[in-house]
Write a protein that binds this ligand. Structure first.
Ligand code: GDP
Length: 193
């Protein structure tokens, strides 16, 4: 099939069968060590890694969902450590239809950074990008520094979906990605039909 990139709707037409496939890019952003890589590996491979990884570089994983009988594929990008050098490039954001902005509920500084990440997203992507605010490490409730109410209030004021997750015990991980993927699918199919 033909694959469209950039800001074109991420729809693939395949002459060989009746179905229509969709492929679109989602980016994960947020401070270092908030759990972006583990959220993605939990979602895509159902794996969790307790050791902080040493590898640096952009990586993505593709995950397919069935929505309305259509195969909807999300290509989810992980900064894989780029943000440690505050050098997430514009190429990282290019063509994104959705974003998960992740903070760590046990580190307030990562929550304070959310505004900066949203500003950065706005400089690279247009306002139609589906956005989810994710407060990760919910399993560490006993050392929490950011309340659920604060997270929800920020999400509401910025017009974001909101979830608290744990990549460690899988809480809400699937749901967070699915909400973003469904929102993008809905936006795209509204534009096409
Ligand atoms: P990234 O730099 O944002 O990609 O963060 P990582 O996915 O590499 O995670 C950073 C550290 O936090 C690692 O040691 C993970 O094992 C840990 N971590 C990630 N998610 C969770 C979680 O939900 N709960 C707990 N307790 N630890 C987590």
């Amino acid at each position: 099939g033909r694959r469209k990139n950039g800001r074109e709707p991420g729809r693939e037409d395949d002459d060989d069968d009746e179905g229509e496939d969709y492929l679109f890019k989602i980016v994960m952003i947020g401070d270092s060590a908030v759990g972006k890589s583990n959220l993605l590996s939990r979602f895509a491979r159902d794996e969790f890694d307790l050791n902080a990884k040493a590898t640096i570089g952009v990586e993505f994983q593709t995950q397919a969902l069935d929505i309305d009988g259509k195969e909807v594929k999300a290509q989810i990008w992980d900064t894989a450590g780029q943000e440690r050098f505050r050098a997430v490039t514009s190429a990282y954001y290019r063509g994104a239809f959705g974003a998960l902005v992740v903070y760590d509920i046990t580190r307030r500084s990562t929550f304070d950074s959310v505004k900066r990440w949203l500003d950065e997203l706005d400089t690279h992507c247009d306002t139609s990008v589906a956005r989810m605010l994710v407060g990760n490490k919910r399993d560490l409730d006993n050392i929490r520094e950011v309340s659920t109410e604060e997270g929800r209030a920020l999400a509401e004021s910025e017009g974001l979906f909101f979830m608290e997750t744990s990549a460690l015990d899988s809480t809400n991980v699937q749901m967070s990605f699915e909400i973003v993927i469904r929102e993008i699918y809905n936006n795209i199919s509204r534009k096409i039909l």
